[in-house]
Design a protein around this ligand. Structure first.
Ligand code: PMP
Length: 405
């Protein structure tokens, strides 16, 4: 399926930014939504809206079945062994917080938590908070000179008892991909829990949690053409069962008296309160959208575009790319020598090109790179060669305006 047929399904991409057609290259921040996702959520509110799991009437039963059908869809999409291993959250951030809180009582003072140096703050700050509560220690896994996770260094770190290792599947800044199957196998063999932040992988790579072999995998709907406000924590059932619920209240109980509460079964014991129902329905439509694509072919097209982007940008004067490799996925980080990243972003915006500039919620990585921030262009399934051409042309103009070159 060509990117132009895919593109037609995204109403927002049809609009102009001033006198320029929109060139959207900020997919790592959030992806645009296809018509079928917008329609599914609209339909839900117009025809099916009722609370789930509790009504004694047809409308509530219909909303419950539509909601639970998405749990099965997610289970299939990520090849989870059991539907009750799919926990709906409001996003990756909540999924990782729920996990860090839930594991709290399992950590002792002195326990070691290893964290990927490319980690988004969502996969670092919750572990820091947990470490502070339990007296555990956070250790950064170093990067190689090529800005890949230092596999040898991780092996050495794993020779000492380690409680948990938190990895990015794909870095939201560099686009670098960690070899999760190999790493997870080694981490688990060392007796540690392997947590993977899949926020940047889920919209780009096939995700099969059984092949990945990790213990937990977190992602957000809005990075995979679905709505904001919904995400997933997948975990091995035996692990999820040991988590202390972060949120307590309705939906998650078996019985309550003034003296005592007995928590319910998975997945509900980790999903207190009314869930984001319309957003879950929208996530289901996003999975249908992704399943409607020839994903291998689309992934190859995206990979080709990323290569073109890396090569053409590297050839421009004054440009430094960070950790750009042919096997990266989705994103490309760069700076223009002597210029502030925000200035580059503003001038690109004036030419209809949307990228992200800043620290990308990865301040420790910026510190390792010796940067305050950088620019990042990131791709989605609807981007095409025309977008790359537009971006490179706009970059040439930007460079001339800022440096006179
Ligand atoms: N992890 C990574 C790698 C991300 O890119 C993001 C979003 N930028 C998050 C976590 C947080 O996701 P959310 O804001 O949807 O909770």
């Amino acid at each position: 399926m060509s990117s132009s047929i895919i593109r037609q399904q995204f109403p927002l991409l049809q609009q102009m930014m001033g006198s320029y057609p929109l060139c959207y290259l900020d997919n790592a921040a959030t992806s645009q939504k296809p018509e079928r996702v917008i329609q599914a959520m609209d339909d839900y509110y117009r025809r099916n809206n009722a609370n789930v799991h509790r009504g004694s009437y047809q409308l509530s039963a219909a909303a419950t079945s539509a909601f639970e059908a998405v749990r099965l869809k997610v289970q299939q999409f990520i090849h989870a062994p059991q539907p009750q291993e799919v926990i709906f959250t409001h996003g990756t951030t909540e999924a990782l917080n729920l996990l860090a809180y839930g594991l709290g009582k399992q950590l002792q003072p002195g326990d070691r938590i290893l964290v990927d140096s490319t980690a988004h703050h969502a996969n670092l700050v919750p572990w820091q908070q947990l470490a502070q509560r339990c007296g555990a220690e956070i250790i950064a896994i170093p990067l190689t000179h090529e800005l890949r996770l230092d596999h040898q260094a991780l092996k050495v770190l794993l020779q000492q008892p380690t409680k948990l290792v938190a990895l990015s599947h794909v870095s939201n800044v560099l686009g670098s991909v960690n070899d999760i199957p190999t790493l997870a196998q080694e981490i688990r063999a060392a007796g540690a829990i392997c947590v993977v932040d899949g926020a940047q992988a889920i919209g780009h790579l096939p995700v099969d949690v059984q092949l990945l072999g990790c213990d937990f995998y977190a992602f957000s709907g809005h990075k995979m053409y679905g709505p904001t406000g919904v995400g997933v924590l997948w975990g091995r059932q035996s692990r999820l069962e040991t988590l202390e619920p972060m949120l307590t209240g309705g939906e998650m109980i078996k019985s309550v008296s003034f003296a005592h509460t007995e928590f319910g079964e998975l997945p509900f014991r980790l999903e207190a309160g009314t869930p984001p129902i319309a957003e879950v329905i929208g996530l289901g439509a996003a999975i249908d959208f992704l399943n409607s694509l020839e994903r291998d072919q689309v992934q190859q097209q995206e990979q080709q575009l990323l290569l073109q982007l890396q090569q053409q940008l590297a050839a421009l004067p004054g440009i430094t790319l960070y950790g750009a490799h042919a096997d990266n996925s989705g994103a490309l980080a760069f700076n223009l020598a002597g210029e502030h990243h925000q200035d580059v972003g503003i001038l690109l915006d004036q030419q209809g090109v949307a990228i992200r500039c800043g620290h990308h919620c990865a301040m420790p990585l910026m510190q390792l790179l010796g940067l305050k921030g950088c620019c990042r262009a990131s791709l989605g399934v609807y981007n095409n060669a025309d977008d790359i051409e537009r971006f490179i042309k706009a970059m040439r103009t930007t460079i001339t305006m800022l440096t006179g070159e």
